[in-house]
Design a binder for this molecule. Structure first.
Ligand SMILES: [Zn+2]
Ligand SMILES: [Zn+2]
Length: 210
């Protein structure tokens, strides 16, 4: 969640995040979705904003995602009586720069699920830029070509495979280090830029530490 108004992905853990971190999801204005895997999109909990469920404000949350994500959210809302003006859905296409109310975002292709145009996002907000890079796998060359030279204050990468020597569809440690190197070599990292690595396979990481 960025500035309590822009959220990336809507997993089933969202309720936990609300309770644990004291976040009021009703402050959310824009929601961007990377892809439809259930750890990134759980549309049934969006239904809680519809009449007859939880208390919700009247404002419209604008949701952005690829065609697969938008279709699933649309169908879920229709099954539950329609969006009632609580959501407005927007399909994004790779390399298109989209102006949201809270930021400017550009979706870029990932190398993740070949059945879907999974996206990572370059987010420009209040003079800062964030690269939200998961689930990504090793970035396709077309994504690198777009990214190279673009300034980044924070890059969020995935390291799902940990130290497993496998990087198809997800990154491992080696792929993360390669991405860090290429970002540095191509001048993407602004002074003080940070790279956060997340989305680990927890059981494997626990095993590595023993
Ligand atoms: Zn995924
Ligand atoms: Zn994932």
């Amino acid at each position: 969640m960025f500035d309590n108004e822009l959220k990336v992905d809507f997993p089933p853990d969202t309720l936990l995040h609300m309770l644990r971190d004291g976040i009021d999801m009703e402050d959310m204005k824009d929601l961007i979705i990377t892809h439809t895997h259930s750890d990134h999109l759980y549309p049934d909990d969006l239904v809680a904003r519809l009449p007859g469920y939880a208390q919700a404000k009247d404002h419209t949350i604008h949701v952005y995602g690829n065609d697969a994500a938008i279709r699933i959210i649309h169908d879920t809302l229709v099954l539950n009586g329609g969006d009632h003006g609580k959501f407005e859905l927007h399909r994004v296409r790779p390399f298109e720069r989209t102006e949201l109310r809270t930021a400017v975002v550009t979706a870029l292709p990932a190398s993740h699920n070949p059945m879907e145009t999974c996206c990572v996002y370059y987010i420009e907000k209040n003079g800062k830029t964030v690269f939200y890079g998961h689930d990504s796998g090793r970035f396709p060359e077309e994504t690198w070509r777009w990214l190279e030279g673009k300034p980044v204050d924070l890059a969020i990468l995935e390291c799902t495979m940990g130290n497993i020597p496998y990087d198809v569809g997800h990154m491992n440690v080696e792929a993360v280090l390669d991405a860090q190197k290429r970002m540095a070599e191509t001048g993407m990292l602004r002074a003080g830029a940070k790279i956060a690595v997340t989305h680990f396979r927890i059981m494997r990481i626990c095993f590595m530490r023993i």
